[in-house]
Design a protein around this ligand. Structure first.
Ligand code: PLP
Length: 354
């Protein structure tokens, strides 16, 4: 499929102060778009000026949340290459989400081409200072008009780009986590493993209440027994217990993070023992009481690796590694960001040059 390009006639002024970019607030000049019609398939791949979408008010996405998305980053290396981190994995995961949400899949190789094309078009928008990136947000929505509850016949896929600031301005800062025992995010058989907007809508209340209490993130427990730790807002969770890396297994409730997958590869290479399985909150509290909970951290595209300094469950608060970032967490962060910015050898061929 050819990608047709229409250039913006009035390019925006790029933010001069990269330290004030924030996350997902500024958007570049162009976006990628692709249309789907039942019977015809995907068609009209194009790069067009960034701007509002025109949707029928009866569009299924607006009523029944038939929507999926992805998130990945473009990095500027020291020698000014623009690099994408594992875009093929995002394209594959988009198709997994699509299958769950009754949406059409997109050819993985074509989707990677689309990601490269829009990144190349917007390469001047990839910021240059330490820790900054251009975040890409591929999104698929159900289009058309009709209030019947069934899968749509028309879809739009688009990719927007957002130059984003350094997640950590003053080094890795440990976060405080509230273990949520009232609200749940996902249950088996539901949509927990799909990257779909509804999962986030359902999580806002718990996140808001935890934020009021001074916590940065909510750690979800399984929806049935409220005993097994699953993931936090937009990160998978890992724990170092007794020199072993523990993380929740992919059993349908949690998202299969690309950062998670990458850290597990690095861990095995570093000779760290890895266990993917059910982990109960009781097990973690007991490990802490026995002095065996050494480190905890979240993994996700936005923060890459986010150390956890404190966990609160019911009325009990535990400090992890004295509220400090641990050596293994730091090593993972340094190694993965080193590969992403092209400072360390990319022996797994994760980076795609644009
Ligand atoms: C996107 C996301 C993650 C992290 O996935 P990455 O591919 O590592 O960015 C984890 N949990 C949820 C719910 C997510 O939406």
């Amino acid at each position: 499929m050819n990608i047709k390009t229409t250039k913006a006639t009035a390019p925006k002024v790029k933010p001069a102060d990269e330290s004030k970019l924030g996350f997902g607030q500024k958007f570049s000049d162009h976006m990628f778009m692709l249309d789907y019609d039942e019977g015809q398939g995907w068609h009209d791949a194009r790069i067009v000026p960034y701007g509002p979408l025109s949707l029928d008010p009866a569009s299924p996405v607006l009523h029944y949340a038939q929507e999926i998305f992805e998130g990945l980053k473009a990095y500027r290396s020291q020698n000014n290459d623009i690099l994408l981190f594992r875009p093929d994995e995002n394209a594959k995961r988009l198709n997994n989400s699509a299958a769950r949400m009754c949406m059409p899949e997109i050819d993985v190789a074509f989707n990677v081409e689309a990601l490269r094309a829009i990144t190349n078009m917007e390469r001047d928008w990839v910021p240059a200072s330490e820790g900054t990136t251009m975040y890409l947000r591929p999104t698929m929505i159900a289009d058309g008009a009709g209030l019947g509850v069934h899968a749509a016949h028309k879809y739009i896929y688009y990719i927007i780009c957002s130059p984003s600031g350094a997640y950590y301005k003053n080094g890795l800062a440990p976060i405080r986590i509230y273990v949520e025992d009232k609200y749940v995010r996902a249950v088996n058989g539901g949509t927990g493993y799909a990257k779909t907007g509804g999962n986030y809508a359902a999580s806002l209340k718990a996140a808001g209440e935890a934020e009021k209490k001074g916590y940065e993130q909510v750690l979800w427990l399984d929806g049935v027994s409220r005993e097994y730790v699953e993931e936090v807002g937009s990160m998978n969770m890992m724990y170092i217990v007794n020199d072993t890396l523990l993380t929740a297994a992919l059993e349908g409730n949690i998202l299969s993070g690309i950062t998670r997958m990458s850290i597990l590869t690095l861990a095995k290479d570093m000779g760290i023992k890895v266990e993917e399985r059910k982990i109960s909150i009781t097990e973690l509290l007991e490990a802490d009481a026995g002095g065996k909970l050494q480190e905890a951290f979240g993994t996700g595209t936005a923060a890459v690796v986010s150390p956890v300094g404190e966990l609160t469950y019911k009325d009990k608060t535990i400090k992890v590694n004295n509220g400090q970032i641990g050596p293994i967490t730091q090593k993972f962060y340094d190694t993965l960001t080193g590969i992403q910015y092209g400072k360390l050898p990319d022996k797994y061929n994760w980076m795609v040059k644009v």
